[in-house]
Ligand binder design. Structure first.
Ligand code: PEP
Length: 268
């Protein structure tokens, strides 16, 4: 009998950041489509998040497959004088998922928890599922502020959300000191049990808002420079619903191997 450690179908998200160009993105999408054809949609929800200019082309490459498309970011206003930004309205009809609150946005673009909460509202209003990134920096970890930081980041987002809205959200616990090692690189990793503890905290904060049985529907992922070699212990922890993959997802064979690892952990 197949026993799942996941309450929900696992989710594996590829965040291509600013790594792949247009032709490379389309090639990667075709390759991932081919390499994950037997697992996509049935055993795992697989989401590709290319850069804005190639969303439409990558969407074309995914037509007829069970792969899903996501954006890496959206603006917290529905429209306005924000040169270079992209709103939820402008993404309508293109995507199903959107990453918000990524630590690289918080760090390099000064995004605050309040802005992240407004982005989540925009995403939900447009019918998208937001993938909300939370996690502590090195300094916060050293000062033992991890729990307070993650709790606050989640609380600010969930306090305005209804049960229905929150059940459409995904959270990714991504310790800032563990992510962005680079394609094919392995960086420092937390203890998987410690990471799972933080992911349970995320679900607990959601449960405080909407009740524990509704919070069971919220998907909570791990992210932190995982590779096919390192991902298994993280997704084998109970209550962990999958992974958000950055650098390693730009290599289709590696990303497909990560998907297989996640599905295998789910079945064991
Ligand atoms: C990410 O972009 O969310 C991420 C986890 O990146 P990486 O895997 O490169 O650390």
């Amino acid at each position: 009998m197949v026993r799942s450690v996941f309450h929900r179908r696992p989710v594996v998200i590829a965040n291509w950041k600013m790594y792949l160009g247009a032709a490379e993105s389309v090639r990667a999408a075709h390759a991932i489509r081919r390499l994950t054809a037997r697992l996509a949609g049935r055993d795992a929800e697989i989401v590709l998040c290319p850069c804005f200019p190639v969303l439409a082309e990558v969407r074309g490459a995914l037509v007829g497959s069970r792969l899903q498309l996501g954006a890496q970011e959206l603006h917290h206003e529905p429209s306005g004088p924000y040169t270079g930004d992209v709103s939820a309205n402008q993404l309508r009809g293109l995507i199903r998922y959107v990453v918000v609150g990524h630590s690289e946005r918080r760090r390099f673009h000064g995004e605050t928890d309040e802005m992240v909460a407004r982005k989540v509202q925009q995403a939900l209003r447009a019918g998208f599922s937001p993938i909300i990134c939370v996690g502590e920096t090195t300094e916060e970890r050293e000062e033992e502020k991890t729990i307070a930081k993650v709790r606050r980041q989640v609380e600010i987002v969930v306090r305005e959300l209804s049960r229905l809205s929150l059940s459409r959200c995904l959270f990714a616990y991504e310790p800032v000191w563990a992510i962005s090692a680079g394609p094919g690189m392995e960086g420092p990793q937390p203890d998987p049990a410690e990471a799972a503890h933080l992911m349970r905290l995320v679900r607990k904060v959601a449960a405080d808002r909407i009740g524990s049985s509704a919070a069971e529907r919220v998907r909570v992922l791990y992210g932190g420079s995982v590779t096919a070699k390192t991902v298994r212990p993280f997704v084998s922890e109970p209550g962990v619903d999958g992974v958000l993959v950055g650098g390693a997802s730009t290599k289709p064979a590696e990303f497909a191997a990560i998907v297989r690892e996640v599905v295998a952990a789910c079945r064991s």
